[in-house]
Design a protein around this ligand. Structure first.
Ligand SMILES: Nc1nc2c(c(=O)[nH]1)N[C@H]1C(S)=C(S)[C@@H](COP(=O)(O)OP(=O)(O)OC[C@H]3O[C@@H](n4cnc5c(=O)[nH]c(N)nc54)[C@H](O)[C@@H]3O)O[C@H]1N2
Ligand SMILES: Nc1nc2c(c(=O)[nH]1)N[C@H]1C(S)=C(S)[C@@H](COP(=O)(O)OP(=O)(O)OC[C@H]3O[C@@H](n4cnc5c(=O)[nH]c(N)nc54)[C@H](O)[C@@H]3O)O[C@H]1N2
Ligand code: SF4
Ligand SMILES: [Mo]
Length: 747
């Protein structure tokens, strides 16, 4: 190692695992020489995956935008300075509002927002300023059914229990492939090692998935399940729990409602009754239930394959209900609630009932659920033919690529052309942002400090971590939080400083004073303590100092504050997860609600579809994640893009024989919403009748500036086939798994 190499410790901001990294920086040349895992990080212990290198390649990517771009009348782009660009955005948005009302505006918040504390905290003032109910995000292609289930069961949709993975001895995994995704709503670096350790200690890992995944390969047992039928399997699980007298809620019983309802509602779903639907033999179902109950510390976990399916809310709810009925919710080695340093999972007032239908989409009357509209309804809200005069006329996208990630992307792409104005807060000119009138690019991961804000709430151990910027941002660039704040402020005709001050004051008012953890502290004292430097770190300092591990704004206390974290090169381990119930429940009367009516009402829809769900020989398409992708946006990086075409359709040997398709031949796949041609991979890892296509591809479109993605791994877009019409009704989430398709050989 030469003298001019400096090592910067920080966490990786690409996926939820948030591994500790050592970034080797050549200061003289302003370059990252190498990125490796940080052996001293208590969470990741030296682990990293190939995507860590993306942080370097994003920073260096010549295609990445550094300055605002405005579309000229002829469709070409011109650079603007920030003042001009932000004023232009505000003027155009105001013009739409003044002519048609705030409701004519809408926004879409994409996934990388969750990986940037500045993005997460400052999207709020933007949303408040816009004051429109047309709120869309990637959540309705993701975890929203889990949010809705928890909102009803524990009163807070964002208090998400995570598997206490290092202490469990039976891990039942449905609809997650943590070896590829690196764990979702379960932040745990090096999942493979953890699952192997679990097995070596005598435990079992059981995976239910229509594909024998990378996770299934390291499991004790893999069971094929027909896509979209998990709710039936889980109802049969509950049925067996009662039938065999294995319901043991333990200490939860004191504050749990709905146990008898669970018995009654599961009665008809015997393992025999559901077997023809799920494809899982009744005896096997019983064996899984018995093994689960006989284990010392079992846990049942479900993730995206369970959410983005026709009965996503029912399936998500049943996972939590099973954990509760067996006494595994809020128990060591079970599903546990974290205790984030920022105080967002502390006891608090009872929640109001969840909002449903305060706004409804124009054409289909789809209700907002807890403030969210189905992201696949964006197109119909924009199209004049669908929404007429009430249409959405302006759109703000923030770190999102819905043309590739939302269902029926082609319909959305053409709808975007009907907008009066579109502004994209994004770093690439890609499949979505090419439709914008203005693109506002932020600084990227290595150029700003960060705090693992979201992933401290889903970590399998309590933790806190601040990460430094590796490079000074280039001149004339702007941080993500600042762009969002400026957009909001200019739109309502105030300054960023004033909007920020108002937000911080409101926050402080809620965090200190009588009835809080800091009863003696006044908001003024708290504000003085956190200083005047605007931005996310000041807000986080406020939360951390008033939070459960905080110093309470007492300089003599050894409690936590941002400064403590700034001086730590690694994640701060705040200990194993501990039981939190009933203290943190926010339901009426602080009860754990096992059978809330909003959720159980959807059982009638499930029953009505039972016949349709019998195996009728249709092919069903599911998705898959791959180690070297992150949704749609890492394909422009040479290191990750290289290698053989990964965007292939996996098909079972049985189906391939039936259709006369050979390995690596192309096939045509059709659904209600579209068709595409794709290379087929024949494998014994697929359940017969099911095909799998990864999402996030479909590059190579005219007008995009993605030199590598367009050339090296363009692929096809699975969301050309997903259908925006059917929904998981209670949550308004789309179906990305279990899409009926027809596949034919291309001759
Ligand atoms: N068929 C199918 N579709 C799916 C899924 C599936 O499993 N199957 N998964 C769904 C899920 S879980 C998700 S989360 C969504 C994701 O959906 P989206 O969030 O809409 O899409 P991403 O591909 O994550 O796109 C991220 C965007 O953010 C930009 N970006 C990245 N980093 C930064 C940054 O630092 N600053 C700024 N300003 N912009 C940045 C990228 O250029 C890109 O345009 O996709 C969903 N779509
Ligand atoms: N490398 C990489 N990591 C990622 C991402 C990425 O794109 N690439 N995306 C990130 C994001 S945004 C998210 S939300 C997380 C998601 O993290 P995970 O939930 O772990 O996502 P997947 O790997 O897609 O796993 C979903 C699994 O569900 C299975 N499945 C499909 N349909 C069904 C069904 O009906 N029933 C059952 N039981 N299983 C089904 C699929 O075969 C697949 O194995 O991953 C994150 N991590
Ligand atoms: S697993 Fe996720 S957090 Fe860890 S290095 Fe890979 S992308 Fe980064
Ligand atoms: Mo996601």
């Amino acid at each position: 190692m030469t003298d001019n190499i400096e090592i910067v410790h920080r966490s990786c901001a690409i996926c939820e695992a948030s591994c500790g990294l050592r970034v080797h920086v050549n200061r003289a040349e302003q370059r990252v020489e190498r990125i490796d895992g940080d052996d001293d990080d208590p969470r990741s212990r030296g682990y990293l995956c190939p995507k860590a290198y993306a942080m370097k390649e994003i920073y260096e990517d010549p295609d990445r935008l550094r300055r605002p771009l405005r579309k000229r009348a002829d469709g070409s782009w011109e650079e603007l300075d920030w003042e001009q660009a932000l004023d232009y955005a505000a003027e155009r948005l105001q013009a739409v509002r003044d002519a048609h009302g705030a409701q004519a505006l809408g926004y879409y918040i994409g996934n990388p927002t969750g990986h940037n504390a500045g993005g997460q905290l400052y999207v709020q003032p933007l949303i408040m300023s816009l004051g429109t109910p047309r709120s869309f995000s990637a959540a309705t292609m993701d975890q929203f059914p889990q949010n809705v289930a928890l909102r009803e069961m524990v009163g807070d949709g964002w208090m998400m229990p995570v598997p206490d993975l290092d202490h469990c001895d039976y891990f039942l995994c449905l609809g997650g492939n943590p070896l590829a995704s690196q764990g979702s709503l379960m932040s745990a670096p090096n999942i493979g090692k953890r699952l192997r350790a679990l097995r070596e200690a005598g435990g079992r890992v059981v995976v239910l998935d229509p594909r024998r995944t990378e996770t299934a390969e390291v499991a004790s047992q893999h069971v094929f399940i027909r896509p979209g039928t998990d709710a039936w399997f889980l109802l049969a699980f509950v049925n067996v729990l009662f039938a065999e007298d294995r319901v043991r809620p333990g200490r939860l019983a004191e504050f749990t409602d709905g146990i008898d309802e669970m018995r009654a509602l599961s009665e008809e779903f015997t393992p025999e009754a559901v077997a023809p639907i799920t494809g899982i033999d009744a005896d096997l179902t019983r064996r899984i239930v018995r093994e689960f109950c006989d284990a010392k510390r079992p846990v049942c976990y479900g993730r995206i394959g369970l959410c983005t399916q026709e009965f996503g809310t029912l399936a998500s709810w049943l996972v939590y209900a099973i954990d509760a009925l067996t006494g595994r919710l809020d128990a060591v080695g079970g599903m546990m609630f974290t205790r984030p340093a920022t105080g967002n999972a502390e006891p608090g007032p009872e929640a109001e009932p969840m909002s449903v239908g305060a706004y409804r989409t124009v054409l289909r009357g789809l209700p907002e659920v807890d403030g969210q509209l189905p992201c696949g309804a964006m197109a119909e809200e924009i199209e004049e033919a669908s929404a007429g005069d009430a249409r959405m006329r302006a759109l703000i996208t923030v770190c999102g690529n819905p043309v590739l990630s939302a269902p029926n992307g082609p319909r959305l792409a053409s709808a975007l052309e009907e907008l009066d104005f579109m502004v994209a807060v994004d770093i690439y000119l890609n499949e979505t942002t090419r439709h914008a009138d203005l693109i506002l690019p932020s600084t990227v991961q290595l150029e700003h400090e960060n705090y693992d804000f979201l992933f401290q709430t889903t970590s399998i151990r309590n933790m806190a971590r601040w990460s430094p910027a590796v490079f000074e941002p280039e001149p004339d660039t702007m941080d993500h939080w600042r762009i969002l704040l400026e957009l909001g402020a200019r739109y309502v005709g105030t300054t960023a400083e004033d909007l920020d001050a108002a937000m911080v004051r409101t926050m402080a008012g809620g965090l200190v004073g009588p009835g809080t953890r800091c009863p003696e502290v006044t908001p003024e004292q708290a504000l003085e303590a956190i200083g005047e430097t605007m931005g996310p770190m000041r807000l986080l300092d406020l939360m951390i100092r008033s939070g459960p591990y905080g110093d309470g704004f007492d300089d003599t206390s050894s409690g936590l504050r941002m400064e403590t974290l700034r001086n730590l090169p690694h994640a701060l381990d705040l200990g194993a997860l501990e039981p939190r119930l009933p203290g943190v429940l926010k339901t009426p009367g602080r009860r754990l609600r096992l059978a809330p009516e909003y959720l159980t009402a959807d059982l009638s829809r499930l029953r009505a579809s039972s016949d349709r769900r019998l195996d009728d020989g249709r092919m069903l398409m599911i998705g898959r994640r791959q180690m070297r992708n992150m949704n749609s946006w890492l394909h422009n990086l040479p290191h990750l893009a290289r290698g053989r075409n990964r965007c292939t359709l996996l098909m079972s040997v049985k189906d391939a024989d039936r259709l006369g398709v050979r390995d690596r031949e192309s096939v045509r796949v059709r659904s209600r919403s579209g068709h595409l041609d794709v290379e087929c991979e024949v494998t014994d890892a697929m359940m017969p009748g099911v095909v799998s296509l990864p999402h996030g591809f479909g590059h190579g479109r005219e007008g995009t500036r993605l030199g590598v993605a367009n050339q090296v791994q363009p692929g096809v877009c699975s969301n050309d086939l997903t259908d925006e019409l059917p929904l998981d009704v209670p949550s308004g989430t789309h179906i990305a798994n279990g899409i009926p398709v027809e596949v034919e050989r291309l001759v």
